[in-house]
Design a protein around this ligand. Structure first.
Ligand code: AMP
Length: 506
């Protein structure tokens, strides 16, 4: 019986020791090296735990530029019986500090070059410097002993997402949830060692879980596509062709960059790409139809789901024609997952009634790390089962069924948005703006049509100054693209900022 994801790397390294596991801009590793280096990291982590008097499953923060070393550090953390949490090197200091306060790691894996940047943060723990680890010193017996103690409900990772009150939420996922998800992925899309993946998702974003663990489980090769190529569609497609990448799992925003510029006219991928999967935001059929026109034989699949249920919980394999204006279904539940669409009375919807998509099953996160309040609000007792404790996750997404019994995504219940593939709580931006001394009232809305975050503000602050100061507080992708100054913010009957009125200014 498999009780953790390490068995996958062990088996794959035994079956395909010399096969290319991961390739990035700076180098590559085989599966044998992947396992050896991960285990060397684990050995160091175990030593550090002992030296620092740390017991039990510890959070390990991974602070590195995107590359294969990050994946080795993730697996090393898992071999040590700990759980990883990636911290984006581009994240502003204030936000990293908030994450550190929640996660409270005592060990950080980083590089010699990045260590001094990390020392700026509120962190007093130990550092493991990646380059200083000697992969030749092995202690297989120790690693095997620790591995045996890891059970499937132990945490594998914590990924931080935007929080509406300005405090990021650490979604905590167990080995079991990842095994459940990846087994479904590899069966449904028949992934084998013959396949080659082209990764787009940053490793702090849940879509990367599919890329990383599908490849580790099956022996497929993972190409980490350089980020800059996602702004240059023709070189991007050339990269796919050159490396014979046959499977991609990207956010729709990344696919749209390619279809908008019709880069397929310059590079023919007919004999290269086999499966195009996407997840994370709405995929407009107008753009998908361009992909389908140029690459008609590819299998396209729309996956849907939030980080809280291990990346995805429903899917739709595109099997019929759609008009440009029609919505693409998010489909049906994945195996071993039940979707409950609940109306305001907490009953299952009937016919095409609109309701909130809720999820039941092994995919559910254990909760938000060190945040019982937010956990209680989102992970709740199944209202259809009062007999025994059973959690469902309330996604906040409004959906309905179409005539084929497929789910259709409609909108959000709250102020969470997706902007260029990033999940953002508008409240997090508002909290950051409100912290500026000159500001009394502010509000953020999302202009879907122009794909812009719009900030309404009552202070006399120029755009550049807002941008400069926000850069210290929130990631770049949260900086409003437009600022509208109002001397009087409209207020509704409840005394709150009148968002409906503000929409008229968009
Ligand atoms: P994240 O946790 O970053 O994966 O974001 C999850 C949210 O993204 C979901 O709750 C949805 O609002 C949205 N989302 C994810 N996948 C899709 C999809 N295929 N279609 C529409 N919205 C999606």
């Amino acid at each position: 019986m498999q009780s953790n994801v390490l068995a996958w790397l062990n088996d794959t390294a035994n079956t395909f020791p010399d096969k290319l596991a991961v390739y990035d801009e700076n180098g590559s590793i085989t599966f044998r090296e992947f396992r050896r280096k991960s285990q060397a990291i684990a050995r160091e982590l175990l030593k550090m735990k002992e030296e620092n008097g740390l017991v039990g499953r510890q959070p390990v923060a991974v602070y590195m530029e995107k590359g294969l070393e990050v994946l080795v550090s993730f697996m090393g953390t898992a071999y040590a019986g700990c759980f990883y949490s990636p911290i984006d090197v581009e994240m502003p200091e204030a936000r990293v500090n908030k994450i550190l306060e929640i996660l409270h790691p005592q060990i950080v894996i980083t590089t010699a070059a990045l260590k001094s940047s990390f020392e700026k943060f509120h962190y007093k723990g130990a550092f493991l410097i990646y380059e200083q680890i000697n992969p030749e010193v092995e202690d297989e017996a120790l690693i095997a002993r620790v591995e045996k103690t890891i059970i499937d409900t132990d945490l594998l990772y914590v990924l931080f997402t935007s929080g509406s009150t300005g405090v990021p939420k650490g979604v905590s996922i167990s080995h079991r949830s990842v095994m459940d998800y990846i087994d479904w992925v590899t069966d449904t899309f028949s992934i084998t060692a013959e396949d080659t993946f082209g990764n787009q998702a940053p490793f702090y974003f849940d879509n990367s879980i599919l890329d990383i663990f599908t490849c580790i489980k099956t022996g497929a090769t993972l190409y980490i596509i350089p980020k800059k190529l996602f702004f240059q569609p023709v070189p991007l497609l050339e990269y796919i062709k050159e490396h014979e990448i046959n499977t991609i799992f990207w956010v729709p925003s990344a696919l749209i960059v390619v279809s908008k510029l019709k880069a397929f006219r310059n590079v023919d991928l007919k004999d290269t790409l086999k499966q195009v999967l996407f997840c994370g935001e709405v995929m407009p059929n107008k753009q998908l139809n361009i992909w389908r026109k140029y690459l008609p034989d590819v299998v396209y699949a729309n996956l849907y789901g939030p980080t809280e249920i291990t990346d995805a919980c429903t899917y739709y394999i595109v099997d019929r024609e759609f008009g440009d204006e029609e919505p693409l279904p998010i489909g049906i539940p994945m195996e071993n997952t039940e979707i409950l669409v609940l109306n305001d009375q907490e009953e299952l919807v009937r016919g095409d009634e609109i309701g909130e998509l809720c999820v039941r099953g092994t995919s559910l996160a254990m909760g938000y790390y060190n945040n019982p309040e937010k956990t209680r609000a989102a992970f709740v007792q199944n209202p259809l089962n009062r007999a025994v404790p059973e959690m469902i996750y309330r996604t906040g997404d409004l959906v309905k069924y179409n005539e084929y019994g497929e789910l259709i995504y409609l909108s959000r219940k709250d102020f969470q948005i997706k902007h260029l593939g990033h999940r953002i709580e508008l409240g997090e931006i508002e909290t950051a703006v409100s912290s500026l001394e000159e500001v009394t009232l502010c509000c953020c809305l999302y202009d879907e049509k122009r794909q812009k975050i719009v900030l309404f503000i009552d202070a006399d602050l120029n755009r550049e100054s807002i941008k400069e100061r926000l850069e210290q507080l929130v990631p770049d992708y949260m900086i409003p693209g437009k600022v509208i100054y109002l001397s009087h913010m409209p207020i509704n009957g409840n005394g709150k900022i009148d968002r409906v009125k503000l929409k008229e200014y968009l």
